[in-house]
Write a protein that binds this ligand. Structure first.
Ligand SMILES: [Mg+2]
Length: 373
């Protein structure tokens, strides 16, 4: 079997609004969505799909171009079952561009699953759990708005809320206090600074104010490359420190572990460069005694499905995961919506990713992508 054709098109799925406004974190407002859809076709009629899912730059339009210019030429004519080989081949011609490589890796897994008539999670070692326990973000707003959203989430069944902080210390403390009062003592509350504290001093001052509200995890307190500062912060507090933006690839995970900078690692399919490398990061962390969870950006059902397959297969998934990215859009592109209920995501039934994409929805999203320059 050979790869015959690779289609990569920019898409712009519509973000969901919260409190009548765009989703907002320390990374900014979630607007001008610049994602991509990838389809890989084989000469034997099998095809697979993947998503370029990234809130960072370069976005989908440039990454689709990089697929056409650099990645497609090394993939065309190759056997799609040779995922290890093809992942290396992509790295050899193009450094970085992980969200583009992830879209291709996921599409290859989809093809191989369909060919072998088995779900993708069986290609990742098989199920160790039947569903992925979830956390859900609480986007920036007033304390009342944020506490209201957190309450709705817990009523839906979420047992972990992830409070986006970085609105300024007093506002953050007010929000966390209001949310803790609203959700009660048993719901887990983690905070995600999205790199918004500049120094260990600033971070430790904030953590000391927040810790009375029983914080489960402090996610990405410092800038992406501030690994030594994260290690210093970790020595100064008993709070669990989680790397998110600091760990994209397996090499990033090694670096954070070597420098004793993390208690927990958030692993993304998109930022890892696909399922193969995400699973490697899980294994590296497992060997080092560092637990993981799955992190995600807003994503369509394609990226979300890939995460769920990973999540049910990884032994080292030890905390509630973000794998419900599809909820941060107001519309999805799957013919059969993913089952995300009561605070859990469930793997779709069927072979490969187990999903079917509605191409008419993609066509509409392509139309809007042009306007998001
Ligand atoms: Mg995060």
């Amino acid at each position: 079997m050979k790869i015959k054709r690779i289609v990569a098109v920019p898409i712009s799925p519509p973000p969901r609004q919260y409190y009548g406004r765009p989703h907002q974190t320390a990374l900014g407002e979630f607007l001008n969505v610049d994602y991509g859809f990838v389809k890989i076709e084989t000469d034997e009629g099998y095809f697979g799909v993947g998503e370029i899912c990234t809130v960072f730059r370069p976005g989908g339009r440039l990454l689709c171009q990089q697929i056409d210019d650099y990645l497609a030429p090394v993939l065309l004519g190759e056997d799609p079952r040779r995922i290890n080989y093809l992942v290396d081949a992509m790295d050899a011609v193009l450094p970085g561009a992980e969200p583009a490589k992830a879209a291709i890796d996921v599409a290859l897994f989809d093809i191989v699953g369909k060919l072998l008539e088995t779900p993708v999670y069986n290609l990742l070692g098989g199920m160790v759990r039947e569903r992925v326990p979830l956390s859900h973000a609480v986007t920036y707003g007033s304390s009342e708005e944020m506490a209201g959203l957190a309450t709705e989430l817990t009523q839906e069944g979420f047992t972990t809320v992830k409070v986006k902080i970085g609105q300024g210390l007093e506002k953050d403390v007010d929000a966390v206090r209001a949310i803790r009062q609203a959700i009660g003592p048993s719901v887990k509350l983690r905070v995600d600074a999205n790199m918004s504290w500049a120094t260990t001093k600033e971070a430790i001052a904030a953590i000391r104010r927040l810790e009375e509200y029983n914080i489960e995890i402090v996610e990405q307190p410092l800038p992406r490359h501030a690994i030594d500062a994260m290690a210093e912060l970790r020595r100064m507090t008993d709070q669990l420190i989680m790397a998110d933006e600091s760990v994209w690839t397996p090499m990033d995970a090694i670096e954070c572990i070597k420098r004793s900078a993390v208690d927990v690692v958030s692993v993304y399919v998109a930022e890892s460069g696909g399922l193969l490398k995400a699973a490697r990061t899980f294994s590296i962390c497992e060997a080092a005694g560092i637990p993981c969870l799955i992190g995600c950006m807003p994503g369509t059902g394609i990226d979300t499905a890939a995460q769920i397959h990973l999540g049910v297969a990884m032994n080292n998934l030890k905390f509630d995961s973000d794998s419900c990215g599809v909820r941060y859009f107001s519309e999805d592109c799957l013919v059969r919506p993913l089952k995300i209920e009561g605070g859990y995501s469930y793997p779709p039934e069927g072979v490969g990713l187990g999903i079917e994409v509605d191409e008419s929805v993609l066509l509409r999203w392509q139309g809007t992508a042009q306007n998001n320059a």
